[in-house]
Design a protein around this ligand. Structure first.
Ligand code: FAD
Length: 388
């Protein structure tokens, strides 16, 4: 039997169908209601965990599905396409789960991975700092050794979901690392640790997952809070950042699918002249353009995930960046077209697109901005001089 490249394996197609069914049974109305009531997506998160969807990338011996990033990205894309994205999937199983799988000790894997895999705990991730921003080499959160313990001190900003997390993986530098080039040291900090506090940052888009400024005031940690080597180099961090970018792309692609599906449905049914509005090329062509660019974006995401799962960190880095860029663009374009297709209803709360229009912008900013990706591609893919 001939195989068709660019199609996914049967298992992943089945996974997509199962997630679409489960997330679809909650749908956008569930998320909108939770957002309105200032509640978390606890039922959906638990249900996804119970079905094994949150841990598909975690090794089987630690309670996961034994798959890879291509599987986890498929899960998030389907949930987002069903109108019920789970932002903390980008963080807990993708970043933290991968870093612990690749860099943790056996005891750390036993401790954290089964709970991350079944969703019974959430681990947030904190790298961004107020004064360092996109330039992570400038972070100043510092870990100092004190006997058998570490003492962590610093400040983080825009940390998603720390209020619903049991622990947070904090990126720091060790006190003796005085050069500008970051040698990241990664620590799991329980969210009830003495000296750890956070403050909500109000945002102009509304979602159940919130962002926080985090204050780390001489938090004392046992030696085994350190994940990986204190001197292990950047690869330990990028073990998590490539998955983060692929999941960012999955989130955006799913959101774009959601917007496109709703816009197409509206264009097929809304009639204000002789025929439905989808008859007019002014409506149909932008939708067709979104469809084409969405398929391009999904293909780059799938390639990035395949490289990541094959252990090609350099190739995955290049394609994860490009996938994140493409996802951010198509989510913004798709939401813009969807709103336009809906006319006034596009901004009516009932249709839920106005809020997503702002949320889609996130894909151009986080976890790495559009400009920093262009810097990276110009330098690494095109061999142009370093600009940053
Ligand atoms: C909703 C949300 C959730 C987030 N969740 C998390 C989280 O869970 N954990 C976490 O650690 N962080 C999180 N972040 C932070 C996010 O990763 C940062 O916002 C992002 O990396 C950009 O950093 P910054 O906001 O400091 O922008 P800045 O670095 O201040 O950049 C501002 C602008 O300048 C541009 N710019 C900067 N440097 C250059 C350059 N050299 N060349 C060209 N342009 C440049 C940027 O592209 C951007 O447009 C989140 C952010 C948001 C908005």
């Amino acid at each position: 039997m001939s195989t068709v490249p660019f199609t996914e394996p049967d298992e992943r197609v089945a996974l997509r169908e199962a997630v679409a069914k489960l997330a679809g049974s909650y749908g956008h109305s569930y998320v909108a209601e939770k957002t309105r009531n200032d509640e978390k997506l606890t039922e959906l998160w638990s249900d996804m965990g119970k079905h094994g969807f949150l841990g598909v990338n975690i090794p089987e011996e630690y309670g996961g599905g034994g798959g890879g990033m291509a599987d986890l990205a498929a899960v998030l894309e389907e949930a987002a396409a069903a109108g019920a994205p789970l932002l903390m999937m980008v963080v807990s199983p993708a970043i933290c789960g991968t870093i612990i799988t690749r860099c943790g000790t056996e005891a750390q894997k036993q401790d954290w991975l089964p709970k991350i895999a079944d969703g019974s705990m959430i681990m947030a991730f904190a790298i961004t700092e107020p004064d360092a921003g996109s330039n992570s080499h400038q972070i100043t959160t510092t870990a100092t050794k004190d006997g058998d313990e570490w003492v962590l001190k610093g400040q983080k900003v825009f940390i998603s979901g720390i209020d619903e997390a049991d622990a947070v993986l904090v990126v720091s530098r060790t006190a003796d690392a005085k050069t500008g080039k970051l040698k990241p040291a990664l620590f799991v900090v329980p969210t009830d640790a003495k000296g750890l506090e956070w403050q909500h940052i109000p945002m102009d888009f509304h979602a159940p997952e919130k962002q926080f400024q985090v204050f780390i005031d001489n938090v004392r940690l046992p030696a085994d809070a350190l994940i990986g080597d204190e001197d292990g180099g950047l690869w330990q961090l990028f073990a998590g950042l490539n998955p983060e970018r692929i999941m960012g792309a999955a989130f955006s692609n799913g959101m774009a699918r959601y917007a496109l599906d709703h816009a197409v449905e509206y264009a097929k049914t809304r009639k204000v002249w002789k025929d439905v509005i989808g008859t007019h090329q002014g409506i149909a062509h932008p939708l067709a353009k979104v469809k084409i660019e969405l398929e391009q974006s999904r293909l780059v995401m799938q390639k990035a995930a395949a490289l990541c799962d094959a252990g090609d960190d350099m190739g995955a880095g290049e394609y994860a960046n490009m996938a994140k860029y493409a996802g951010g663009e198509i989510a913004c374009n798709a939401l813009d077209v969807a709103v336009q297709t809906h006319g006034g209803n596009g901004l009516a709360t009932e249709y839920g697109l106005g809020n997503l229009l702002i949320a889609a912008r996130l894909g151009r900013i986080a976890p790495v901005s559009r400009e920093m990706i262009l810097n990276f591609v110009a330098m690494h893919s095109l061999g142009l001089p370093k600009s940053y």
